[in-house]
Write a protein that binds this ligand. Structure first.
Ligand code: GDP
Length: 336
């Protein structure tokens, strides 16, 4: 007869979390990332203490962002490039930012089965997008995940996302080098140019430049170069043809990333971008906390009904009601 064992999950202490993470223990790292994703107040508190303690071990990786529509070939590239980087002695973490996970509660990205070779390597770590958060929430968690992975010794962090809109911009804001992956014939280039995401990209990768597609890819490269020359927004942008069927193309892309990193370090852009990102992150947190404070306050709870009624009846303009509510809130805090 099988005997059931009762597993009692003990909460790790701050010290246990930190020690495990710094030693590169994958289980502890996974637990810490789960803690980071928790919305519970006590978990947040514990997590912030852990994060503060491991901060001296963070910041030493190259953070690479990669965005593109589903099917562009991102995970194939990450699988191949990640394996090559590990061959060179690196440790590679792959994190996903997937806004659809907020809706579905699951994640289509970062799924280990998509990068089977890479995920079986001890020097790699693949984490799907946190679910149950808004895009802003997912982005904040991903930023924290980057720091934890760095503290655990990963020196290359790849942040992958789907789409060429707002999510791409979020990933640009948390990485050092940002790659935009496009395909020929998908109308991608026009979309990307329209949405401005191509301006943010350090490297535009025209993927699947193989077989019958090779010539079209060459043409697309030329037309993109012309667009950037005309608008004078070329910057130091690289536009590269890539095919995961040709390993030398992936090596070439990795060289381009490495050269871009060196260039940014020499020019000071690398550190400047990180400083700006940290300050932006702090301000985004302030905004979030202020809004939370306001809506959760007793003052708002008791005063809002009256103002809402006036707005619905049309006896008070919404902007004036908002102003008055904030005045009541401020007065209440000052009297506290
Ligand atoms: P993702 O959704 O962007 O992660 O795309 P995947 O990496 O899953 O690739 C989608 C499909 O395109 C898969 O069937 C891949 O085998 C195929 N694929 C990926 N890269 C290339 C490439 O460079 N050339 C060709 N011909 N097919 C590719």
């Amino acid at each position: 007869m099988a005997t059931g064992t009762l597993k009692i999950r003990r909460r790790l202490s701050v010290e246990e979390y930190c020690e495990g993470i710094i030693k590169g223990n994958r289980r502890t790292l996974s637990k810490a990332l789960t803690l980071a994703e928790s919305q519970k107040q006590e978990d947040r508190q514990l997590f912030q203490e852990v994060l503060q303690k491991v901060m001296p071990y963070t910041g030493k990786s190259l953070r690479i962002g990669i965005t593109g529509l589903p099917g562009a070939g991102k995970s194939t590239l990450i699988e191949n490039a990640g394996t090559m980087l590990i061959g060179q002695g690196h440790q590679v973490a792959v994190l996903a930012v997937d806004p659809s996970s907020a809706v579905t509660g699951g994640s289509i990205l970062g799924d280990k089965t998509r990068m089977s070779q890479l995920s079986s390597m001890p020097q790699a770590f693949i984490r799907p997008s946190p679910s149950g958060h808004s895009l802003g929430g997912i982005a904040a968690k991903t930023r924290e995940s980057i720091l934890l992975c760095e503290a655990a010794g990963f020196d290359i962090i790849i942040v992958e996302t789907v789409g060429i809109g707002q999510t791409g911009a979020e990933v640009y804001n948390m990485t050092d080098i940002f790659l935009l992956m496009l395909l020929t014939g998908a109308g991608d280039e026009l979309q990307a140019v329209k949405k401005g995401i191509s301006e943010l990209a350090d490297i535009i990768v025209i993927n699947k430049a193989d077989g019958n597609n090779e010539e079209k890819a060459q043409q697309m490269k030329k037309s993109l170069e012309q667009i950037f020359d005309q608008t004078n927004k070329h910057g130091n942008k690289n536009i590269l043809l890539h095919s995961s069927l040709k390993s030398n193309r992936t090596e070439h892309l990795l060289d381009a990333i490495s050269n871009m990193q060196k260039h940014k370090m020499r020019s000071g852009q690398f550190l400047q971008k990180r400083k700006t990102q940290n300050l932006d992150w702090m301000h985004a947190e302030i905004n979030k906390l202020l809004i939370q404070d306001f809506y959760e306050s007793n003052i708002y709870q008791s005063a809002s009904e009256n103002y809402e009624k006036q707005v619905i009846e049309g006896s008070c303009p919404p902007a004036l009601a908002a102003k008055k509510l904030l005045e009541v809130y401020r007065k209440g805090i000052n009297n506290f």
